[in-house]
Design a protein. Structure first.
Length: 297
């Protein structure tokens, strides 16, 4: 009984950990095992190396198996071979594929100088005027157009083999193009950068990363967040799975505390999900959002 209970507890925790967090744990475990391999006796070095490469795959497979009940439920409602294949894949993986396509679409629209879709009429809650999103865009552009050519220029000082240098140039060039496309595509989707308060509804939108509409009647209150979100969660005893972060780049400075029966859904990283209890936001003027929710309440 205890073994079964432990198995279900482990599966529950794996389901609550996000894929991004799990990838971080996998990378950390891989890095630690490589360090241990350097200090370990030579006889067990090959085994540690194999374990380091196997650990990320084991963690990803374990999380995928933990979501098997969800996949089977999606499979029951799927039709056609394509729908059945997609039902078995993690929604986050499908969402990232959609996000990649939308980023490239935004990049092409930026090249054509097309105007983004109009926002709803109402009070704009901006998040770019005081935020660091523009600075992040500038740093990314400097890295692509300045630092990368310099790195390529001095590469011959460290890599003698011409074939290896060519491979690094190709991989680096592809990475630079992808970075440029995502940065400019995201900037086109973000556009003027604002959420909108209209008709007693808060319309959230951060490009194609997060979209959704929340009735003000579904918000219990708005609290200030004056510290890093990780520290805020620990101080209040909140699991990361009970939060969602809606911000272009900056750390959240306020949180929407949703009513338990809100039943609101959001499109986050191109995955439709029920809004959790706490929606972390960054806005330039959080007091405007807090006063609007308070007046409605």
């Amino acid at each position: 009984m205890s073994v079964t209970h432990s198995f279900h507890s482990a599966a529950f925790e794996l389901r609550r950990i996000s894929w991004t967090q799990l990838a971080g744990y996998a990378y950390l475990g891989f890095f630690i095992l490589l360090l241990v391999r350097l200090a370990a006796p030579e006889a067990i070095g090959p085994a540690l190396r194999k374990l380091a490469f196997a650990l990320p795959l084991v963690l990803l497979a374990a999380k995928d198996l933990a979501h098997l009940p969800d996949a089977l439920q999606r499979l029951r409602g799927a039709t056609g071979w394509r729908g059945r294949i997609l039902a078995l894949l993690p929604p986050e993986l499908i969402g990232m594929a959609r996000l990649d396509r939308l980023m490239w679409t935004g990049f092409l629209q930026w090249l054509r100088r097309r105007k983004p879709l109009a926002r709803p009429e109402g009070t704009a809650l901006t998040y770019l005027q005081r935020g660091a999103y523009g600075t992040a865009i500038g740093c990314a552009m400097v890295a692509v157009f300045l630092e990368l050519p310099i790195d390529f220029g001095i590469l011959h000082l460290f890599v003698a083999d011409p074939d290896t240098r060519m491979l690094i140039h190709v991989v680096g060039g592809i990475g630079a193009v992808y970075t440029l496309a995502w940065v400019l595509g995201d900037r086109w989707h973000v556009a003027e950068g604002s959420h909108v308060l209209a008709d007693e509804v808060l319309h959230l939108r951060v490009g194609v990363r997060t979209q959704g509409s929340i009735p003000l009647s579904s918000i219990e209150r708005v609290d200030a967040v004056l510290e890093a979100p990780e520290r805020w969660r620990r101080r209040h005893g909140i699991h990361p799975a009970d939060t969602i972060t809606v911000t272009p780049f900056d750390k959240p400075n306020c949180v929407l505390v949703m009513k338990p029966d809100a039943g609101v859904t959001l499109l986050h990283w191109q995955v439709r999900r029920t809004a959790p209890r706490y929606v972390l936001l960054y806005v330039d003027h959080p007091e405007l959002l807090a006063s609007s929710v308070k007046q409605h309440g």
